[in-house]
Design a protein around this ligand. Structure first.
Ligand code: GTP
Ligand code: MG
Length: 136
């Protein structure tokens, strides 16, 4: 089976949506949360995580938002969990996300789109090392 790095972003935590979102992940057959920590992310960590977006117009406000309060940092393990969490989340822009998806049900703003999930096996390995450097 696979592992993926999931962040419930500061908007999700502030709005009290952790339980709702974690419930949807836990409800999927065979998926398990194997690490879970509430943590206010620092710039250095986020600069590594979002290195691919450095220089984009949304980069500075994204880091500002992501450091604005605690996130829930998680590792989820299970069958096809990388593709699966991305599907539960929906597209980056919540207005384009279908009802029934996390972003489609709860989001309106592109930056404040509630959840991050690794987009490939390579990203998952890279991101788990960034957020859980001593192992997860
Ligand atoms: P993550 O799961 O957080 O990585 O989202 P994603 O893979 O759906 O999107 P991507 O990696 O392309 O962008 C990372 C994050 O930057 C997004 O989740 C948004 O919060 C933000 N973002 C991406 N594109 C835009 C944009 O065009 N405008 C704004 N304001 N924010 C953006
Ligand atoms: Mg991404």
């Amino acid at each position: 089976s696979q592992r993926t790095l999931v962040l419930l972003k500061p908007d999700a935590v502030r709005r009290g949506l952790m339980g709702e979102i974690i419930g949807r992940l836990e409800a999927k057959a065979g998926w398990t949360i194997t690490a879970l920590e509430l943590r206010t992310l620092d710039r250095a960590t986020l600069e590594q995580h979002y290195a691919e977006h450095e220089g984009r117009p949304f980069y500075a406000p994204l880091l500002e938002f992501m450091t604005s309060g605690p996130s829930a940092v998680m590792v989820v393990e299970g069958e096809r969990v990388i593709e699966g969490v991305r599907a539960l989340a929906g597209p980056t822009d919540p207005i384009q996300a279908a009802p029934g998806s996390i972003r489609g049900d709860f989001g309106t703003i592109v930056r404040e789109n509630l959840i991050h999930a690794s987009d490939s096996a390579e990203s998952a390995e890279r991101e788990m090392k960034i957020f859980f450097p001593r192992g997860a």
